[in-house]
Ligand binder design. Structure first.
Ligand SMILES: [Zn+2]
Length: 680
């Protein structure tokens, strides 16, 4: 006996709220072709509602969004009832759900768990599901899925698609005869290239770009004027049949084999698998290659192969029991736009980059996305503080697809495009035929790279592993716009650089942390003030004792010091007067940079020893090697004589090597030398 139970009021409220939200998003998606949340977020709402309804079946009402498939057709198109309903598929997000699907089928059919079931698998194309009705082999009606029972008539638009036969023909001797009537089902889609082309044109015309190829395909199909549809290069993959009169298919695999022989395009990746394990493997393989396909896929479709089982399994209210969509990791999500920074490229091109509230997309945390150019921002009316739809595909830089204006609070701010270069402050220029602003200073990009390299150099902050290529990549990726940014980068940031796996990224991160313990002279030198070399930095540090005092020094204070002339004094005062420089210094210090009283004295382990170098060292320059010896209390000589203790031999050594052998002086290979000096 089932007892009537109390349903908590929060549950009733939540179910109500979920239904309202889902209905709203259905409307945005199906009627307006303009979704404001990602598919993944929509799915999450739907799942939550389904779970609550499973828990409290008494809450299910006939008008709940779980009880229907799509949405009612928009005005302006004739309604077409489907002879057999075009149901949408249940989704699985992980392996367990797929295994559960297989188990459920076996339970339903009374099979044991280890009896395998054959499935067909195919990529799930991100397009628009359609039904094509052929009577005596002639295309008579084409319709969209609609709500699954009634769709919209789009016959004239569909006829513009060249890969859809207007008449079925037999292309193989052994193909079945053309039936009296057959409903062919497939997905109409736009390939990625065509999608991008359409969006570029829309942006140029000041129209809002489509959020994804599916919306673009839907928008193109649902044109009241078929000549517009004809301009878009729509395509189709056929994947099944609805009602068939005059022929009987026995398996889904047979359908997939016969369709091409009747002139229909079937995806080349369709496959017959012997059990659910193979279906899961297929999913992983397709996910790996999805970015290389010319069209968008968002998962795979798994169908029971035996059509007689379809009848036995039947359907639930909203979806069939014999098929499942096993999704890939989503590539879109929504998040908030926190800030826009302007990145200067190698060619001087200024790119606006969105700094986002971190969001997981396809297993990767996305914090930055490109905004392309000023026109893109203006056309889409993107503002700081907006909720935005973000998309990432493969290795491409994530991009902002659109702002979600419905979520605005009024606090959002327009994005002010800079008039001057963020690196060198030159006035930006734009060619009339281009959408891109550029910094006219050809030296600009290079000078930032140089500043980074100088700061990281051994006698400055001494950041190991930060060479030319890394500095360039940091600027290219927009991770560093001024040298202070370096001290805020995390291991994950370095992993975005070419050739950086976790370990290398972590090493660089740690090298930067280590560099934060420095000395005042090194720091002054690292700032890269004109005319301030190592010796000058040393002098300034000795005289002023603190950075603050140096920053506040007047011309008179500086000129009072012997060894400092007018040029140098002026350069120093101007450097510290610059507000941008003040900000950068403040940010570096705030990152935890501290000055040790004195550099830790290394023990003079080479005291009393004399070294001679010959040949080329791989790990450091000759001057560097000499300095290391001097630092450790040793001496360096240019010629080999009896008083020399060690001759360090690099590649292609000269006559000094011979001499050392003659005199019986100890010869060190480079590795041995390194071992000796690095033992401290
Ligand atoms: Zn510049």
């Amino acid at each position: 006996m089932q007892e009537k139970r109390e349903i908590p009021s929060e549950v009733i409220e939540r179910v109500k709220k979920l239904r309202e939200e889902i209905e709203y998003h259905n409307y945005r998606y199906y009627v307006l072709d303009s979704p404001v949340i990602s598919d993944a977020e929509y799915d999450a709402l739907m799942r939550e509602l389904k779970e609550l309804e499973n828990q409290y079946p008494e809450l299910i009402t006939p008008d709940s969004p779980t009880q229907r498939v799509g949405f009612k057709p928009a005005e302006g198109f004739k309604e077409v009832p489907h002879a057999e309903p075009m149901l949408s598929l249940d989704d699985a997000m992980n392996e367990n759900e797929v295994i559960e699907f297989d188990k459920r089928i076996k339970r339903f059919l009374g099979l044991s768990e280890n009896e395998p079931i054959e499935y067909t698998v195919e990529p799930k194309i991100d397009g628009v599901a359609v039904e094509l009705t052929y009577e005596n082999g002639v295309l008579t009606v084409a319709s969209t899925r609609g709500d699954g029972y009634v769709g919209e008539e789009i016959t004239n638009n569909v006829k513009t698609i060249k890969t859809i036969p207007l008449k079925i023909r037999k292309f193989a001797e052994d193909a079945p005869e053309i039936p009296i009537r057959v409903d062919i089902r497939g997905e109409i889609y736009l390939n990625k290239e065509e999608f991008e082309k359409i969006n570029r044109e829309r942006i140029l015309k000041g129209e809002i770009p489509f959020a994804n190829p599916r919306n673009a395909a839907a928008g193109s199909l649902r044109q009241l004027d078929p000549s517009i549809t004809a301009q878009r290069k729509l395509d189709i993959f056929c994947y099944g049949v609805g009602k068939v009169e005059g022929y009987r298919f026995t398996t889904q695999w047979e359908v997939l084999q016969v369709l091409p022989n009747w002139g229909f395009k079937v995806n080349p990746y369709v496959k017959l698998v012997k059990d659910i394990k193979e279906a899961i493997e297929y999913h992983h393989e397709m996910e790996k290659i999805r970015d290389t396909l010319p069209y968008e896929t968002d998962g795979i479709v798994i169908k029971v192969n035996e059509l007689s089982l379809w009848e036995k399994l039947g359907t639930k209210a909203r979806s069939p029991r014999y098929a499942l969509a096993y999704k890939f990791q989503p590539t879109q999500s929504t998040t908030q736009l926190l800030e826009v920074v302007f990145q200067v490229g190698r060619t001087g091109a200024i790119t606006p980059v969105a700094i986002l509230k971190p969001v997981q997309i396809g297993g990767v945390v996305v914090e930055r996305a490109t905004l392309h150019n000023e026109d893109y921002i203006k056309n889409l009316d993107i503002r700081v503080g907006d909720w935005v739809l973000v998309q990432r595909a493969g290795d491409v830089i994530p991009q902002i697809v659109m702002p979600i204006k419905e979520r605005r609070t009024g606090e959002e701010k327009e994005i002010a495009f800079p008039t001057h270069c963020p690196i060198c402050e030159s006035k930006l220029v734009k060619k009339p035929e281009e959408a891109v602003w550029r910094c006219p200073n050809s030296n600009c990009y290079a000078s930032l790279v140089r500043k980074i390299l100088h700061l990281a150099s051994r006698n400055a902050m001494n950041i190991e592993g930060l060479g030319d290529k890394v500095a360039q990549a940091l600027v290219d990726k927009g991770l560093v716009q001024n040298v202070a940014d370096l001290f805020y980068l995390k291991t994950e940031d370095f992993m975005k650089l070419p050739g950086f796996a976790y370990k290398k990224a972590k090493n660089l991160y740690e090298a930067i942390q280590k560099s934060k313990k420095t000395t005042l002279p090194k720091f002054i030198y690292a700032l890269g003030i004109r005319h301030v070399g190592e010796a000058m930095a040393q002098l300034l540090a000795e005289r002023f004792k603190t950075l603050e005092r140096l920053m506040n020094a007047s011309m008179a204070d500086l000129l009072n010091i012997s060894g400092i002339g007018y040029e140098v004094a002026k350069s120093i005062v101007e450097f510290f007067k610059n507000e941008e420089h003040q900000k950068i210094i403040k940010r570096i210090l705030e990152a935890g940079v501290t000055f040790l009283e004195k550099e830790e004295k290394k023990p003079k382990i080479l005291e009393g020893l004399t070294f001679v170098f010959t040949g080329t060292l791989k790990s450091m320059g000759r001057e560097d090697a000499k300095k290391r010896v001097l630092d450790l209390g040793g001496r360096v000589s240019d010629s080999v004589s009896k008083g020399v203790n060690y001759v360090v031999v690099g590649e292609a050594p000269g006559s000094k090597y011979q001499k050392a052998l003659q005199l019986g002086i100890k010869v060190l290979k480079e590795e041995e030398f390194l071992k000796m000096i690095e033992s401290v």
